[in-house]
Design a protein around this ligand. Structure first.
Ligand code: GRF
Length: 211
């Protein structure tokens, strides 16, 4: 069975969705860069090993990343899952886990990389927004896309209401993507992901939708 290490920084709702999805994987550990992260308590309640590598105790990004990598490697993972991990990672770190480091981003990449994606989506007036699971490359919020889910932006949406609609989809597509990885269905070819996944019949999300 594939071994997974999940990295978090905060509340850990994506991590929780992954822990509770009944995936055919062994969750070897949940690691946070913040010892006080709420998600660590949730992981411990699920009987998962937890650890913290506090970035504030390291003099540079490179030092922190080296300490983090050492901790991760002690659990010998096949896949490292970034789930609301709010640190920019050095190229050395990312390259070490090439092809086995994935992230979820709360926007339809390549639109809206970085922070405050829901505010940005509302500011731009996009009609459709969503989330993306992707392999990580040294460029932040960039890399071969595994899956995306789209939601409509509705009249009267606030960043919070839009975030909640997107988060619901995050909790579906992230465990699913990990399942595909575990089942060997994802192949990286020329920086693109070939997914050996039965695709549901063609459908479209339109917004606004006039029925
Ligand atoms: C999620 O929206 C995720 O896409 C982003 O940070 C948020 C983390 O939420 N990278 P949680 O900690 O998983 O609840």
């Amino acid at each position: 069975m594939k071994r997974i290490v999940i990295l978090i920084s905060g509340r850990g709702s994506n991590m929780q969705a992954i822990l509770e999805a009944g995936l055919p994987v062994e969750i070897a550990a949940v690691i946070s860069n913040k010892p006080e992260a709420k998600g660590l308590e949730i992981a411990a309640r699920h009987g998962i090993a937890t650890a913290a590598v506090d970035h504030r105790e390291h003099e540079s990004r490179a030092h922190f990343d080296a300490a983090l990598a050492e901790k991760i490697d002690s659990f010998q993972p096949d896949l490292v899952v970034l789930a609301g991990f709010m640190r920019i990672l050095t190229a050395d770190f990312v390259n070490r886990y090439q092809g086995r480091l994935i992230n979820i981003h709360p926007a339809l990449l390549p639109a809206f990389p970085g922070l405050d994606t829901h505010e940005k989506a509302l500011q731009e007036g996009v009609r459709i927004h969503g989330c993306t699971v992707h392999f990580v490359t040294p460029t932040v919020d960039h890399g071969p896309i595994i899956s995306q889910a789209a939601v409509p932006v509705l009249p009267g949406d606030t960043p919070d209401s839009l975030a909640a609609r997107v988060l619901e989809q995050e909790h579906l597509i992230y465990p699913e993507a990990i399942r595909w990885f575990a089942e060997g269905r994802l192949v990286l070819e020329n920086n693109r992901v070939k997914a050996d996944v039965a695709q549901a019949s063609a459908s479209a999300l339109r917004s606004p939708w006039a029925a």
